[in-house]
Design a protein around this ligand. Structure first.
Ligand code: AMP
Length: 218
């Protein structure tokens, strides 16, 4: 199964991707996670991406397309993958089609998780992340067991620099302008499904699984 999850920041792409990975044994490919890891490790890629990310802007297409080209050739992607946060622009989507065609493959489905602007603002301002394992929490809806500390490894939780109000506004604007047109792009290809992401994670997951083509979800 080769899937793309589309949606604004805070739509729940990461949460739903993790569940899909567990249920179907897919590789989880998150460009945001790959870029954050590169920043933590201080690599050239990380240095190039950091300025864009900190101010809530998109990283240039060439950088993320390069990441994806390499990542999709890794052995764990053979059994299928879920792309979380990629593509985010039409040129990225066109590049993805070319990369997959080069591997003799194509996407099976694209699911857009739709949420309101108010939900985006609420979820991102209340989000806290573990800088070590990447786990995410919501201060009200899904808090850690011990305040301020990751359940998995006890690391102090942080607010992502791009989850501050000004950066969230910028990320939402980027989404509306550059990423939302991908819905029309994939609708034309007959791949687009849309689910309401405003519900609790279990409900969203049930709808998401129901939206997958039967041929690949059984
Ligand atoms: P995410 O974790 O998916 O919310 O991504 C966090 C940030 O990483 C975004 O706001 C962008 O700055 C950058 N980023 C992640 N994926 C992409 C992409 N496909 N294209 C451009 N920038 C990206």
């Amino acid at each position: 199964m080769k899937l793309v999850l589309l949606g604004p920041p805070g739509a729940g792409k990461g949460t739903q991707a993790k569940r899909l990975v567990e249920k179907y044994g897919l590789a989880h490919v998150s460009t945001g996670d790959i870029l954050r890891a590169a920043i933590q490790q201080g690599t050239k890629l990380g240095l190039e991406a950091k300025g864009f990310m900190d101010r809530g802007a998109l990283v240039p297409d060439e950088l993320v397309v390069g990441i994806i080209r390499e990542r999709l050739q890794a052995p764990d992607c053979k059994a299928g993958f879920v792309l979380d946060g990629f593509p985010r622009t039409v040129p990225q989507a066109e590049a993805l089609d070319r990369v997959l065609a080069g591997l003799g493959s194509r996407l099976d489905a694209v699911v857009a998780i739709d949420v309101s602007d108010q939900t985006v603002i609420d979820r991102n301002t209340q989000r806290r992340s573990c800088p070590k394992c990447g786990a995410t929490y919501h201060l009200v809806n899904a808090p850690p067991q011990k305040p301020g500390v990751c359940d998995n490894d006890g690391t102090a939780l942080v607010q992502r620099p791009d989850d501050r109000p000004e950066q969230i506004k910028k990320r939402m604007a980027e989404y509306r302008e550059k990423t939302e047109p991908l819905k029309a792009f994939y609708r034309k290809q007959g791949l687009l499904q849309e689910v309401d992401g405003g519900q609790p994670p279990d409900d969203v997951f049930a709808r998401l699984v129901g939206a997958l083509p039967r041929a690949v979800s059984r």
